[in-house]
Write a protein of this length. Structure first.
Length: 53
């Protein structure tokens, strides 16, 4: 059982898989940077039903 087992999958940020970090290859040297999708939190807001567009 994982400590993260209580986090609903839809709340885990896919690009960083909940780590809050992604590997940037900018500059040719891969390095971890703060995930721009979740701003380092590792989680995304739950999707809302407001998809009128
Ligand atoms: Zn993220």
């Amino acid at each position: 059982m994982s400590p993260d087992d209580d986090i609903p999958p839809e709340e885990i940020c896919p690009p960083c898989r909940g780590t809050g970090k992604v590997i940037s290859k900018l500059g040719g040297d891969p390095h971890p940077v703060e995930c721009p999708w979740c701003h380092g939190t590792g989680r995304l807001p739950r999707p809302t039903a407001d998809n009128g567009s």
